[in-house]
Ligand binder design. Structure first.
Ligand SMILES: Cc1cc2nc3c(=O)[nH]c(=O)nc-3n(C[C@H](O)[C@H](O)[C@H](O)COP(=O)(O)O)c2cc1C
Ligand SMILES: Nc1ncnc2c1ncn2[C@@H]1O[C@H](COP(=O)(O)OP(=O)(O)OP(=O)(O)O)[C@@H](O)[C@H]1O
Length: 297
């Protein structure tokens, strides 16, 4: 997949099948759009392009994760920073300059509520109006629903804020996850009988409700199960730094310095400030039993 972080550096001359939006989460609705450009591109022998506006706020997928998700699915991804120039470009100019002159779009697919251009004046009606003039085919997909409600990144964020990772995973169509290099902690967990792998969430990455979750952990291509806590560990530190710590079942290697991915499976309980480390240890023993039972079922 070709990857661009700036529309001006795109110099392709081929015709393209394009989908546009923020694509923060690549949820099940987004995935239908991606499938549409894939199949059009295959049928008509054009290039499939995902054009994602990078609005530079907290995200469900980091730019690297979004890129990894799409790597084997489309020919090209443009992660376009939401600059003043882009923000203030009139919608008609965006169609002409970006979609037609830059991307040579012969197919465009978006959801019913797609808006673009200065003051969000551009919409699907405008795209439809210009289709004949600029010789592109427009497809507008109805919003993918889950139990009657429209799937959106906003909906996924709300589910995560409540700790409902099971719902978030259903909306996404893949497990919500976090990756990072395993850091050294205080090494207290080891002395308490639950050594943990600690990772610092990537910059801007949305963290689910602070608490304890059953998890799957990918380490060097192998998957393990475990129980993890995401939060600030108020029992042991006053530091205001968010950390994800997982106790991985049946792992006795040394993971320090390795890049791991932690998938959230189910919420067990909120993070808590315990009165003593002993009290916390008793609870963590229960958490571990909960996690093992969860994965045995
Ligand atoms: C399953 C699990 C549950 C945890 N729950 C809490 C909690 O409720 N409150 C808290 O302050 N820390 C919690 N922690 C974090 C521990 O305080 C931390 O893992 C321990 O202090 C060891 O830290 P270390 O990796 O720096 O040695 C939890 C950790 C795990 C693995
Ligand atoms: N549920 C859905 N089904 C089909 N298409 C969708 C769905 N949600 C969004 N789209 C379309 O996917 C593209 C990217 O959407 P975008 O990420 O901007 O919106 P979103 O998922 O609703 O996110 P947010 O909640 O942050 O606004 C747009 O063309 C949009 O219309």
């Amino acid at each position: 997949m070709q990857y661009y972080t700036d529309i001006n550096s795109y110099q392709g001359l081929e015709k393209t099948a394009v989908t546009l939006g923020k694509f923060d989460s690549l949820h099940r609705g987004h995935q239908r759009l991606v499938k549409s450009i894939q199949s059009y591109a295959q049928k008509k022998n054009v290039k499939s392009v995902v054009f994602a506006f990078d609005i530079n706020k907290e995200t469900l997928l980091t730019n690297q994760e979004r890129r990894n998700h799409l790597e084997t699915q489309v020919d090209c991804m443009i992660q376009c920073p939401f600059t003043k120039e882009i923000r203030e470009m009139e919608a008609e100019a965006f169609i002409e300059k970006v979609l037609v002159e830059k991307l040579h779009a012969s197919y465009i697919v978006v959801g019913t509520d797609f808006h673009f251009g200065h003051r969000k004046r551009g919409n699907v009606e405008m795209l439809a109006r210009y289709a004949e003039k600029y010789h592109y085919q427009l497809d507008v997909l109805n919003k993918e629903l889950y139990q009657g409600r429209e799937i959106s990144s906003t909906y996924v964020r709300a589910a995560l804020a409540e700790g409902d990772v099971e719902l978030a995973n259903l909306l996404l169509g893949y497990p919500y996850h976090m990756s990072g290099v395993v850091e050294h902690g205080k090494r207290l967990g080891r002395t308490l009988g639950f050594p943990t792998m600690n990772i610092i969430p990537a910059d801007r990455k949305i963290v689910p409700r602070y608490g304890v979750y059953t998890c799957k952990i990918w380490i060097e291509g192998e998957v393990f199960t475990g129980i993890g806590n995401v939060g600030m560990r108020p029992t042991v530190t006053e530091e205001k730094r968010v950390l994800l710590e997982v106790f991985v079942f049946e792992y006795d290697g040394d993971a320090y310095g390795k890049n791991i991915t932690v998938e959230f499976c189910a919420f067990e309980r909120p993070e808590k400030k315990f009165d003593s480390i002993e009290e916390m240890k008793r609870q963590v023993d229960l958490d571990i039993a909960f996690g093992k039972a969860y994965f045995q079922e």
